[in-house]
Design a protein around this ligand. Structure first.
Ligand SMILES: *Cc1c(COP(=O)(O)O)cnc(C)c1O
Length: 455
């Protein structure tokens, strides 16, 4: 089930999360509104931490911040002893602002700029996951200039294909991410990393994709990493033996009522077995295992609320309900054909149910949040709730049509706290500048057009 743990309906049929009726939150903070349930967030963080620690004590869980970096939520995850996986200078900055020490961060990304590398090195980011040889050389320059030695992982492209949407598959041979293992690019990167006194090669990383359900993905990833590590050990000896192995994140979550989350306990056990068996087979010492769930931590903790406006029935074709948000706050349906559940939040879902397409308000025909959802007849003013909306929604949000990005609240035990205010119109123009525009050249004859054509 995709709903937060604390979801319930009261006697009058209203939906509650964290002990608060969603109608009350919508009235107080406006819509669209993103509601995060603290109990669900903490429970999921603990479940990952405990699942991996109990089966493989030398494991570390990093929250992949790109799923949604809210300082309030990241501070909670830090309190739950999760580290942070960041993928831009902005995320390093926001992670630090959330109170996460740089040493607990791993910096990912295939296009890190010199400026971002400099900022990360100066902040003391724990590990930099180097994606390619260009970056490796830039990092040598940055570390040398800073007079420090930087610990790195090499991001491998192991050529492992996983079953997920093409746009969120990252470990197949044809991928922009990582150093291809086949063809020698990854081996050449190891040669270069070991040759530089500015770099400390801590280990290897492979992230295969997102929204994965088969833990065999982790077996494939770990096997590819260890096979490569053994070859590098044979070539370079101890310096190429990994102290850290990371098969990334990608744990799938339920979006629809009949789906179930990938179970961290199963994945933990599978990963631990693969790591122990592989290390024994290759004669490698057991490394630290670093896993990076993003979606699986934050996704199911979030619910999006929208107010229904117009409804439209195209006879014999489709029934539409327009809502006050859409692709600007949640691009996933338009980008990945992602499916969502939706529930009526302000009253009981009784009466006959008919398919309704929940359409966003933005100027794109593709701006549809949920197609043909089974809902009772809707009227303007109804409140709709979309579960599993915490990941890759606000973090991918835009100001398209000059929409103000939504507010977010954190709920727990009947209390709500605003963790992000709704943007204002002034925010929309905060970065815009209005230079003095030169006046248009004056024509010699200032004859009003009316007199030319008239009289
Ligand atoms: C995106 C990403 C993750 C998190 O992926 P989820 O599917 O949200 O768990 C982890 N590691 C890396 C390197 C990533 O790019």
């Amino acid at each position: 089930m995709p709903w937060p743990l604390t979801t319930e309906r009261n006697a009058s049929g209203e939906l509650l999360v964290g002990g608060i009726p969603l109608t009350r939150l919508a009235d107080e903070y406006g819509t669209p509104l993103y509601v995060f349930d603290e109990a669900t967030l903490r429970t999921r963080a603990q479940r990952f931490r405990d699942a991996f620690a109990s089966t493989y004590p030398r494991s570390r869980v990093l929250y992949a911040a790109k799923a949604y970096l809210s300082p309030a939520l990241v501070a909670i995850l830090h309190a739950e002893r999760l580290g942070l996986d960041v993928s831009s200078g902005g995320e390093v900055y926001a992670g630090l602002a959330s109170g996460v020490p740089a040493a607990k961060m791993t910096f990912h990304g295939n296009g890190k700029t010199d400026e971002e590398l400099r900022e990360a090195v100066e902040a003391g980011v724990g590990l930099i996951a180097v994606d390619n040889r260009w970056e490796l050389r830039r990092l040598v320059g940055v570390a040398t200039a800073a007079g420090t030695r930087v610990s790195i992982l090499l991001r491998l492209n192991p050529g492992v294909d996983v079953h997920t949407h093409a746009k969120i598959r990252t470990g197949a041979i044809d991928s922009k991410f990582g150093l291809p293992v086949g063809g020698g690019e990854a081996a050449a990167a190891v040669d270069e990393a070991l040759a530089s006194p500015a770099l400390d090669l801590a280990g290897y990383h492979a992230h295969l994709g997102s929204q994965l359900f088969d833990p065999e993905a982790y077996v494939d990833g770990i096997e590819a990493i260890l096979g490569f590590a053994a070859a590098m050990r044979d070539r370079h000896g101890d310096p190429a033996v990994p102290r850290v192995v990371s098969p990334g994140g990608g744990f799938g979550v339920a979006y629809l009522p009949d789906e179930a989350d990938a179970d961290p306990a199963t994945w933990g056990a599978v990963a631990a077995d693969a790591l122990r068996a592989g290390c024994a087979r290759y004669g490698l010492p057991l490394p630290e295992l670093v896993v990076e769930p993003g979606r699986a931590i934050i996704g199911p903790a979030g619910v999006a609320l929208y107010r229904v406006g117009a409804t439209k029935e195209i006879p014999g074709v489709r029934r539409y309900a327009m809502v006050d948000g859409g692709m600007a706050d949640n691009i996933r349906p338009a980008l990945y054909d992602a499916g969502y559940a939706v529930a009526l939040a302000n009253r009981a879902e009784d009466g006959p149910v008919l398919p309704v397409t929940v359409a966003g308000k933005y100027c794109e025909s593709g701006d549809v949040l949920v197609r043909d959802a089974p809902l009772p007849a809707l009227v303007g003013g109804d409140l709709l709730a979309i579960p599993a909306a915490g990941a890759y929604t606000l973090s991918m949000s835009s100001n398209y049509n000059l929409a103000r990005r939504p507010a977010a609240v954190l709920v727990n035990g009947g209390q709500a706290r605003l963790i992000r205010r709704r943007e204002t119109y002034a925010d929309l123009l905060a970065a815009d500048l209005l230079p003095e525009v030169p006046a248009p050249p004056r024509t010699t004859r200032e004859t009003p057009l009316a007199t030319v054509s008239g009289a």
